[in-house]
Design a protein around this ligand. Structure first.
Ligand code: ZN
Length: 279
């Protein structure tokens, strides 16, 4: 698909050597349905394959970076190209749903995390649950002072969002705090925890991100690629991938438990009210 056909993302080149992908569903606070994730994956591929691009920026239109997954969308996963080896998305029991979440969430995030070029997230406003799954796979994170980050899904009777890297991103203590309480952490807290690279005023977010990307893009591609791989390899040696897969298994124990207890619902329905009351 060409970018002119994309409905949920845009692509441009804001500076020499920089490719920028922008989430373009601000009327829904950039809620992610399968179509957005599929288009996002195509846009990353376009940036990776463009030999002029050395650094990729992921930005978002509107007030909020992303409110998470759009579970009401009727886009059918079977109509989209898959990137992994998952199959049988309509299988009953745990099988089909686990395959869907492995394909559209874990596998895509993992693929983006390992893109061979440096990636920078440019973040404003709220980043909720699945929103973290677009921010965390990026190499650097520039955010505005108003940015907040939360994973409130424990209220739904599951452990966390599907891409479980929380302890690596904010440390074990703050990860538990975020998960147990469902609270948002501020940009400054995220910076203090080492999760965020730069915090800038809202009206300077775009210019600061592009300037950082352009600065990095002056360096040779292979140096950047191998530097990135070396840091990623270090995280993997610390067990990131094993922890991620282990948590994904527990996540699906949670979904299966909820289906048994709550009349087929993947989540504890009372979680919606708990989250609303605290918002
Ligand atoms: Zn899930």
């Amino acid at each position: 698909m060409s970018d002119t056909e994309w409905q949920r993302v845009r692509y441009d080149n804001p500076a020499d050597g920089v490719g920028r992908i922008t989430l373009a569903r601000p009327e829904m606070a950039n809620a992610q349905d399968y179509l957005m994730l599929s288009e996002l994956n195509e846009a990353f591929d376009r940036a990776v394959n463009d030999t002029e691009v050395r650094v990729i920026v992921l930005a978002a239109d509107g007030k909020h970076f992303s409110s998470g997954h759009d579970l009401r969308s009727d886009v059918d996963i079977n109509d989209l190209p898959t990137i992994g080896t998952q199959c049988h998305f309509d299988a009953p029991g745990a099988e089909g749903y686990m395959a869907r979440e492995a394909e559209m969430y874990v596998n895509l995030c993992w693929r983006w995390r390992n893109i061979s070029k440096p990636t920078i997230a440019s973040v404003q406003g709220k980043v909720i649950a699945g929103g973290l799954m677009l921010v965390w796979p990026m190499d650097l994170i520039v955010c505005s002072e108003d940015a907040t980050f939360s994973d409130p899904v424990v209220a739904f009777g599951v452990n966390a969002v599907e891409y479980f890297v929380h302890p690596f991103e904010v440390g074990a203590r703050l990860a538990k705090d975020m998960l147990f309480t469902g609270r948002s952490i501020t940009a400054q807290e995220a910076k203090q925890a080492g999760m965020v690279s730069r915090v800038v005023p809202r009206d300077e977010l775009e210019s600061e991100t592009v300037a950082l990307a352009a600065h990095i893009a002056k360096r040779p591609m292979f140096g950047l690629t191998t530097a990135k791989q070396s840091v990623n390899n270090a995280q993997d040696a610390m067990g990131l991938y094993t922890a991620l897969q282990s948590a994904f298994g527990l996540h699906h124990v949670g979904h299966s438990h909820n289906r048994l207890v709550f009349d087929g619902s993947f989540v504890d329905p009372s979680g919606i009210q708990v989250i609303r009351d605290e918002a």
